[in-house]
Ligand binder design. Structure first.
Ligand code: ZN
Length: 369
């Protein structure tokens, strides 16, 4: 119940003390209800306002009607009370938080630690490889993961029914029977379609690397995954030779695996290159000896060599598909190469299970932070 200033009948010091005590207690009680800045103003006005504040009422109801003989004493008491009320009101208000203080940040509190993520080991390996070729003046090209049969196979010199198609267990999208073969959509089985897409857009000379995800219908195990990563490269210009291919890749392998690795090229077959080769690097784990101490070196299967990529001179029949954009097979030549990022990351980090990369186990990934 709100306090009201009583009229005094008894002006004796004892009666005054009692009235003062009640009044001061009421300040404390009423300050409990003060919540916000508007409450504070109302509270201060109620007690201290010159017009009709409680102190003014005390003046009117206690001092003015006091009998002559008590006036002096009451006057002193009321003056003292004014100072007490002002102090008590201000003290009560000071304990209430202000709106500004409530929204302010307490800079003395300890901060919130936000763990910063790290590059996934596959992405890091991919960036390392791309970085080596960027330094050689290559630019990065990317393309769609959902591709047409035309870009994934036909324009890369795999005609329909070519036996090389069987080596790539392709994941086709469902319900496309009404489309012609070349328009059918599939998950790209290699990053090579981006070679054609880039040559359609850019005239020679070009030097590009193409990192990206690819898919094949391989059940997951320690060395296979239905989704994995490739980096391809393509260089096209006048007078590009197999010597340029060897020199470029030999430099890149030394930049990636150390200046003392050796490279070796062995004949192979790919539909879109002629001649084609598989490139091996001397084993950077055992130094080419095939042994680690008295144990056999597993990554190179004790041969001292690790197969790292496929490569070759671009087959002139591939250029036929982009002939109109300046890729005339009689005038230009080029080389292409492609490597599996996941396998290189496994070798680099000494892992024997490819699946570790894709399980999202933070305990595994934290080791690469
Ligand atoms: Zn080895």
């Amino acid at each position: 119940m709100a306090y009201t200033v009583p009229k005094l009948k008894d002006f004796s010091p004892a009666a005054l003390d009692k009235a003062v005590e009640k009044l001061l207690a009421a300040i404390g009680d009423e300050s409990d209800a003060v919540r916000n800045d508007a409450d504070k103003k109302a509270f201060r006005d109620r007690w201290l306002a010159r017009k009709d504040g409680i102190l003014t009422q005390v003046n009117d109801l206690w001092l003015k009607p006091a009998p002559k003989e008590a006036k002096r004493e009451v006057g002193q008491r009321v003056n003292k009370l004014k100072a007490e009320v002002e102090a008590k009101v201000e003290a009560a208000l000071a304990q209430k938080p202000s709106a500004a203080a409530e929204s302010a940040i307490d800079i003395s509190l300890p901060g919130i630690r936000r763990p910063i993520g790290a590059e996934h080991p596959i992405i890091r390996t991919q960036n390392d490889i791309v970085g080596v070729f960027k330094n050689l003046g290559y630019s990065v090209a990317e393309g769609p993961v959902i591709e047409t049969d035309y870009y994934n196979f036909e324009a890369l010199n795999f005609p329909p029914n070519h036996p090389a198609r069987d080596t790539q267990d392709t994941l086709f999208l469902a319900n496309q029977e009404s489309k012609s073969r070349r328009e059918q959509l599939l998950l790209r089985t290699h990053t090579s379609p981006v070679q054609i897409r880039t040559m359609e857009k850019m005239k020679p000379p070009i030097r590009i690397v193409i990192p990206g995800k690819v898919h094949r219908n391989d059940p997951p195990d320690a060395s296979h995954s239905p989704m994995f990563h490739q980096i391809e490269g393509l260089a096209v210009d006048t007078n590009i030779t197999f010597g340029d291919l060897k020199g470029t890749l030999d430099h890149a392998m030394k930049a990636l695996f150390g200046s003392d690795v050796k490279t070796s090229f062995r004949p192979s077959f790919f539909p879109f290159t002629e001649p084609s080769a598989e490139m091996f690097v001397s084993c950077f784990i055992c130094g080419g000896s095939g042994k680690r101490g008295s144990d056999p070196c597993r990554p190179c299967k004790q041969t001292g060599w690790i197969e790292i990529l496929g490569c070759g001179m671009v087959d002139p029949s591939v250029f036929e598909f982009v002939k109109g954009n300046g890729y005339e097979p009689e005038k230009i030549s080029g080389f292409a190469f492609g490597m599996g990022v996941d396998r290189i990351a496994m070798l680099k980090y000494g892992l024997d299970d490819l699946q570790l990369f894709f399980q999202g186990d933070v305990r595994f990934l934290e080791q690469f932070g």
